[in-house]
Design a protein around this ligand. Structure first.
Ligand SMILES: [Zn+2]
Length: 358
């Protein structure tokens, strides 16, 4: 079903009472963000992740280290949520969700996620390029491109790389979404779910014929903003194409890592291919079959969405810092203010001295 214009007030957060209307980016800001894009980096990153990475395998730990190191290099705070579970075929497996925060002290969180494990197949090595190496690469590429552009204010960006999304044997409530189920449960107890404004989940991205539909009624109006942004990027010529990927059409929502979060009332935008790639769960889901024009287009729209969201956030208030931060963090946050005060004092002293000289 094609949707008309949704005019509801855009709200965020679990209880849905927090109203948020980000300020639209100017054409100059859009151009600047688009210029930060580096297709070479995206391709390189997909190649690094698009290897067999079944939980507990050497490829899995290689990719896990790569994701962690990439974000630590950008000075993000990276943590693991580690737990062990009995699974079919593989026995006891230790899973690692990767959680990276740009601004760990932010009161509110914009969360983007994808899964980094690959599905186990006995008969062949499965690379899972679109499932979901490309999604992970898009998140890392976004972190690199926006490095230096994201401000530390009251809304922080968080990237979550889920482990164990895939069923090991046959999809069921118990054999699937291992990482997402664990993390949502832990975060509910810790109160972190209450801080999540919105959760964008990426999956099955990278095929040439990709389109996204608006799958969750609660976030239709947020999905609509993605449609508008893509439209603006095409009309201004920043995107050199006429083909839209974000379609304001409803569809049935496939089970994925967002389920344990949506069940707990976290607002979710599920960005998954409306038609699964033709090589879904087949040996042909390899990096060589990734369409980078489509992938770049998704990346650009997402960067615009994230920048618009974060740039409109209320400015950082120091009392959020003081509760759980170390001295270095406090110094970093107060340094501009201290330097400003020192500068002012020096100017006043200089003026006073000059007065006496006259
Ligand atoms: Zn899959």
């Amino acid at each position: 079903m094609c949707l008309g214009i949704v005019r509801d007030v855009r709200t965020v957060g679990r209880n849905g009472t927090l109203r948020y209307e980000p300020k639209e980016l100017t054409l100059e800001q859009m151009q600047l963000i688009s210029d930060l894009y580096d297709v070479g980096d995206l391709k390189k990153t997909v190649r690094k992740i698009s290897i067999e990475r079944v939980p507990g395998s050497p490829g899995h730990s290689k990719v896990r280290d790569y994701i962690r190191d990439s974000l630590v290099d950008l000075r993000w705070k990276v943590e693991f949520d580690i737990f062990t579970e009995e699974v079919p075929i593989l026995g006891s497996v230790t899973f690692h969700n990767i959680i990276a925060r740009h601004n760990p002290h932010a009161k509110r969180i914009l969360m983007l996620g994808c899964h980094y494990d690959s599905k186990y197949f006995k008969e062949f090595k499965f690379e899972g390029a679109t499932d979901s190496a490309v999604s992970c690469a898009l998140l890392l590429n976004m972190a690199r491109a926006l490095h230096g552009e994201i401000l530390r204010n009251e809304i922080g960006l968080m990237l979550v790389f889920f482990d164990g999304e895939e069923a090991i044997q046959k999809w069921s409530n118990k054999d699937s979404l291992y990482g997402a189920r664990h993390l949502a449960e832990v975060w509910e107890k810790e109160g972190i779910l209450d801080r999540i404004d919105l959760f964008l989940l990426l999956d099955l991205i990278g095929a040439k014929d990709l389109t996204f539909n608006s799958l969750i009624p609660r976030t239709h109006n947020w999905f609509q903003r993605l449609v508008q942004l893509e439209d603006q990027l095409i009309k201004t010529g920043i995107l050199k194409t006429n083909r839209t990927i974000f379609k304001f059409i409803t569809g049935s929502d496939p089970k994925d890592d967002h389920i344990p979060f949506a069940k707990r009332q976290v607002p979710v935008i599920h960005l998954i291919a409306a038609d699964y790639p033709a090589f879904w769960h087949l040996p042909e889901d390899v990096e060589e079959n990734v369409d980078y024009n489509t992938t770049e287009q998704v990346g650009l729209v997402l960067k615009m969405f994230v920048m618009e969201y974060l740039l409109s956030a209320p400015t950082f208030k120091p009392h959020y810092v003081s509760s759980n931060s170390n001295g270095a963090d406090v110094l970093k946050n107060y340094l501009p203010l201290l330097l400003g005060i020192c500068g002012l004092i020096l100017v006043l002293i200089y003026r006073k001295l000059n007065m006496y000289r006259k």
